[in-house]
Ligand binder design. Structure first.
Ligand code: CMC
Length: 427
């Protein structure tokens, strides 16, 4: 690949270029400021790669997503979530013995210390689950002071396992507290998804057997959310980690980043939008018209993506799963019909076609979560649970790379030039 050349005034700089595994090219502008006195401007980092990554590959034009080279379709069809968590973090699919030992290690850490309960009880029971999860994740670090050194690979490994093991318990316990039900302890005889569903939905007074339809659907949804390149929350995790903050603090930052409605919070926003349409009886053409109106802040939630300019491959799988799961559970949800109709109208509308706006991962997922019995404000913590192995993999990749530097973007200052302080009497 030939170098790139940039010319400005009478200066010229040759910039090295690199080619990724799948043929993407990158130009390294690292010397631009020292050699040419210029920085690059790239709003929202639409064009900027912070570095190299081997965790996941996205081809937004063709609607392709792969984790460590494996297609998301095959993983969603055949793998377990913990298998994918292993793959993302260690780079290869585990063999039987490796998987058994990984699952055993995760299972060993599912309990939370008893005093962590006080943390959930300190929140009003109307608190948003994402806010609680971020706080609890951050608080978890204080229980493991010996395993926080970001430069100690063993400490990072045990902390990563603790996070994967304890996050379902934190989510379920914060839910139990909010609905005034007793905490349900982890059941280490169950697989990851079944154990989580049991902690969420069982009560001590009754036997509970996880429904395989729900367990399989949850396993598949967690896999589909497990990583997605340098998205907003993964970038937050990496940015915080680049300053050598510990992995719990970095993941807590990722949870906060994920909470916004333009990112993971969209799954809750989609469901609320569908409920609003159902309750008002507003017709779909009017909804789509409003989404196109620039003077109206309303957007079609669950539509559009920075990277995908084609169908989001995750949405394709989740749409089919929504129909199958509702069928298997015998649920007839009018919100699914509204979502299908919205998609149909939007995809044949010039505005959406011209801008390549397709349903994304968040458009149909909430319909499945709702059928499973999750309250709407818990949808985004389910996204966080799925994304956790990806955040950990991204963080660990950065920490292990000797070329990593603290993230410290430049800016183009457009504020006031130097001026004199004016005493308060004279202002
Ligand atoms: N409804 C209506 N118009 C839209 C939408 C939408 N959902 N999304 C983008 N547009 C329009 C936007 O107004 C702009 O139009 P114009 O060119 O006339 O100014 C054009 O499409 C490009 O949009 P953008 O805002 O420049 O795109 P972006 O890459 O900065 O933002 C996005 C991507 C996902 C934030 C945005 O599409 C959006 O707000 N979607 C709704 C929220 C959502 O579903 N978020 C979940 C994203 S996927 C999962 C995740 O990351 O967590």
């Amino acid at each position: 690949m030939p170098d790139a050349v940039i010319r400005h005034g009478d200066k010229e700089l040759t910039l090295p270029t690199y080619v990724g595994t799948e043929g993407e090219t990158a130009v390294d502008i690292g010397k631009l400021r020292t050699e040419m006195g210029m920085v690059t401007l790239d709003k929202g980092f639409g064009n900027t790669a912070e570095g190299h990554s081997t965790v996941s590959y996205i081809d937004g034009e063709s609607g392709i997503l792969r984790y460590r080279g494996y297609s998301i379709e095959q993983l969603a069809e055949s793998a377990t979530f913990l298998e994918v968590a292993y793959l993302l973090q260690y780079g290869e699919l585990p063999n039987k013995a490796e998987l058994e030992s990984y699952v055993e290690a995760i299972t060993l850490h599912t309990l939370l210390r008893e005093d962590v309960k006080h943390l959930f009880e300190a929140f009003p029971n109307t608190a948003h689950p994402m806010q609680i999860l971020a706080s609890a994740t951050s608080a978890l670090a204080t229980y493991y002071p010996d395993a926080l050194d970001p430069l100690d690979a063993d400490a990072v490994d045990i902390s990563s396992r603790r996070l994967i093991a304890k996050t379902p318990t934190m989510i379920a316990w914060s839910y139990k507290y909010s609905v005034h039900q007793p905490y349900v302890y982890p059941d280490n005889d169950l697989d990851y998804s079944s154990n989580f569903l049991k902690m969420m939905f069982s009560v001590p007074a009754e036997d509970y057997a996880p429904d395989p339809v729900l367990t399989n659907a949850l396993n598949m949804l967690l896999i589909l959310h497990a990583d997605h390149g340098q998205n907003c929350s993964a970038s937050a995790v990496r940015l915080v980690g680049s300053g050598h903050a510990n992995i719990f603090s970095s993941v807590a930052a990722g949870i906060h980043a994920l909470s916004g409605p333009l990112h993971g919070g969209a799954n809750q926003a989609v469901l609320e939008m569908l409920e609003g349409i159902y309750a008002s009886g507003e017709d779909i053409d009017t909804v789509v018209k409003r989404a196109k109106d620039k003077s109206d802040p309303f957007r079609l939630m669950g539509f559009g993506h920075r990277v995908y300019k084609n169908f989001d491959p995750r949405a394709r799988i989740i749409k089919k799963a929504a129909e199958d799961v509702l069928d298997a559970l015998g649920v007839d949800d009018p919100l699914l019909d509204i979502a299908l109709r919205l998609e149909e109208v939007a995809l044949s509308d010039e505005y959406f076609v011209e801008r390549n706006l397709y349903p994304n991962v968040d458009f149909y997922s909430g319909i499945i979560y709702r059928a499973m019995g999750f309250p709407t404000d818990m949808f985004t913590v389910l996204f966080a649970l799925g994304r956790l192995p990806g955040w950990l993999a991204q963080w660990r990749e950065l920490a292990a790379d000797p070329s990593t530097r603290i993230f410290r973007p430049r800016q183009l200052y457009t504020g006031e030039p130097l001026r004199d302080y004016v005493s308060i009497e004279d202002r």
